[in-house]
Design a protein around this ligand. Structure first.
Ligand code: CA
Length: 321
C-alpha cells in the first residue's frame, strides 16, 4: 500500500533531505579525471551526479576538460608541439575537436616538471584514455542510465566563460542548447549547471533563459572575472542569490575549518539555498579530519550540507550507509 497523508508527506521530506553525492570529474580518485572510464566507474559506484567541466575546442565543440589548458592532463606537448602559445601553454581552444580526440588523457601532472600531482593515483602516462566531447559523455551517461536502470544526473560546469569571450567564443550559448537537446532543460531534470562567474550566472538566467537548476560556485575571496566571493558569502550576499540560483558550491575549506564545522551551510539554508561543497578527497583530507567517515559526519550530519563533490564517491557512499 502506498503511504498516504502525513506518512507520504514525511517520505517526500525525507527523500528531499537525502544528500547527493557528486562524482568530481568522475571517479577521479582511481582513474584519470574526465575520461569515459572514470565516468563509468562513478556510475557503477552509485554516484547521484557525474560532473562535467566544459571548455570549447577551436571549432566550437564543447569538450569535457577541467582546464582551458590541455597540457596538465594530456600528451598534447608531444603530439602538437607547434601549438604552444607564447606563455608556454597549450589551450584546448587552439586545437580542433578531431585533434583533441587523438590525444592520450592521463592522470594530472605539473606541466612544468611533468610530475604527477597526486602520486598515489592512476600512474601517469599508463593506459589508453581519451578526452571526451560533452555530447559523447551525455550519450554515455544516458546509455548507462538505460542499461543499469539507475538514473545518474549530470553536473556540468561552464569553465572560464569570461576568458572564452575574450577569445571570441560564447561558451554558454553553445553548451545550453546541447544540454536541452539531451533532455536537460528544467528543474525537474537531473542536472545542476555550475559556474564560478556571477555575471555569467546572471546572464544564463536572464539573457539565455536557462530554466534548470543552477549552483553558484564560490571560491576564496575574488574570482578571475571579478566575482566577489567574500561578499557573496555574507548573509546579504547569500540573500541576493535567492531566485537567481538554487544553491551554492563553496570550497570545503569554508565548511570545515581545523576539523570544525563553520556556520556557512546554516546561513545559506536560512537564506533558502542548497549547499554542495567541493571537494572531498580520501588522499587529501581537510585539515584536522582523520578519515572519510569523519568528513562525511561533519559535512552531512553536523553541517547538514545537501550534497558533496568527491573524487571518491564509493568511499563517501559507504560512509553514508
Ligand atoms: Ca568543476
Amino acid at each position: 500500500m502506498k503511504p498516504t497523508g502525513l506518512a507520504a508527506l514525511l517520505a517526500v521530506a525525507l527523500q528531499a533531505a537525502e544528500p547527493v553525492v557528486i562524482a568530481h570529474r568522475g571517479a577521479s580518485g582511481i582513474l584519470p579525471e574526465h575520461t569515459r572510464e572514470s565516468k563509468v566507474a562513478a556510475h557503477r559506484m552509485g554516484a547521484d551526479y557525474l560532473e562535467q567541466d566544459v571548455v570549447l575546442s577551436q571549432d566550437d565543440v564543447p569538450i569535457v576538460l577541467h582546464d582551458v589548458h590541455l597540457d596538465t592532463t594530456t600528451d598534447v606537448a608531444e603530439k602538437f608541439p607547434d601549438r604552444r602559445r607564447k606563455d608556454g601553454r597549450f589551450y584546448a581552444i587552439d586545437l580542433t575537436a578531431a585533434e583533441i580526440a587523438t590525444l592520450n588523457a592521463t592522470e594530472r601532472f605539473d606541466h612544468r616538471t611533468g610530475k604527477q600531482v597526486m602520486p598515489l593515483r592512476h600512474p601517469k602516462g599508463k593506459g589508453v584514455f581519451r578526452v571526451p566531447t560533452l555530447e559523447q559523455e551525455l550519450t554515455l551517461i544516458s546509455e548507462l542510465n538505460q542499461t543499469t536502470g539507475r538514473r545518474a544526473g549530470i553536473y556540468p560546469e561552464l569553465k572560464a566563460p569570461a576568458w572564452h569571450r575574450k577569445e571570441g567564443k560564447d561558451l554558454a550559448a553553445i553548451v545550453l542548447p546541447i544540454l536541452r537537446k539531451h533532455g536537460y532543460a528544467t528543474k525537474s531534470d537531473p542536472c545542476y549547471l555550475q559556474c564560478f562567474e556571477y555575471a555569467e550566472v546572471k546572464r544564463i538566467r536572464e539573457e539565455l533563459g536557462w530554466k534548470g537548476s543552477v549552483i553558484m560556485l564560490l571560491g576564496g575571496t575574488k574570482g578571475v572575472d571579478g566575482t566577489d566571493f567574500a561578499a557573496l558569502k555574507t548573509d546579504a550576499g547569500l540573500k541576493s542569490l535567492v531566485g537567481l540560483v538554487d544553491g551554492i558550491g563553496p570550497s570545503l575549506t569554508d565548511v570545515i575549518k581545523d576539523g570544525k564545522v563553520t556556520d556557512l551551510v546554516a546561513r545559506a539554508h536560512a537564506a533558502g539555498l542548497k549547499v554542495h561543497p567541493y571537494t572531498l578527497r580520501a588522499d587529501a583530507l581537510p585539515k584536522g579530519v582523520k578519515d572519510v567517515a569523519e568528513a562525511v559526519r561533519l559535512i552531512f550530519h553536523e553541517a547538514r550540507a545537501d550534497g558533496l563533490f568527491t573524487d571518491h564517491p564509493d568511499k563517501v557512499l559507504e560512509a553514508l550507509r
